[in-house]
Design a protein around this ligand. Sequence first.
Ligand SMILES: Cc1cc2nc3c(=O)[nH]c(=O)nc-3n(C[C@H](O)[C@H](O)[C@H](O)COP(=O)(O)OP(=O)(O)OC[C@H]3O[C@@H](n4cnc5c(N)ncnc54)[C@H](O)[C@@H]3O)c2cc1C
Length: 90
Amino acid sequence: MAHYDLLVIGTGPAGQKAAVQAAKLGKHVGIIERKEMVGGVCIHTGTIPSKSLREAVLARMETVNESSETQAEEDMTATEVRGDSDPSGL
Ligand SMILES: Cc1cc2nc3c(=O)[nH]c(=O)nc-3n(C[C@H](O)[C@H](O)[C@H](O)COP(=O)(O)OP(=O)(O)OC[C@H]3O[C@@H](n4cnc5c(N)ncnc54)[C@H](O)[C@@H]3O)c2cc1C
């Protein structure tokens, strides 16, 4: 039968740090996780996914803004070529 000095329940940041710290001190550590993958909220549903979503939205907004700026520049050039004084066409 396996012997452990410490059993850590949960593998989020708290459990991870506890397990790593105890292992550094030479303890034989076991971890218990109810989910299929270790990492907790931070890795799977909270911090990292929310930051990834935020970065993806910001990158998309930047692309959309750049493309509307380009479109506005193209519209302006077309107006200048046609010699229209009023870009609204009125
Ligand atoms: C959307 C969102 C964004 C966030 N953004 C940030 C951020 O930018 N910066 C920041 O510092 N923090 C952020 N957080 C908070 C951060 O994710 C949590 O503070 C951190 O995950 C808490 O770690 P923990 O180890 O205490 O718990 P958890 O990460 O919840 O881990 C607990 C683990 O224990 C397991 N467990 C629970 N009960 C049992 C059981 N009975 N048996 C076996 N396993 C069990 C769970 O399955 C889980 O894996 C965010 C949270 C969310 C939801």
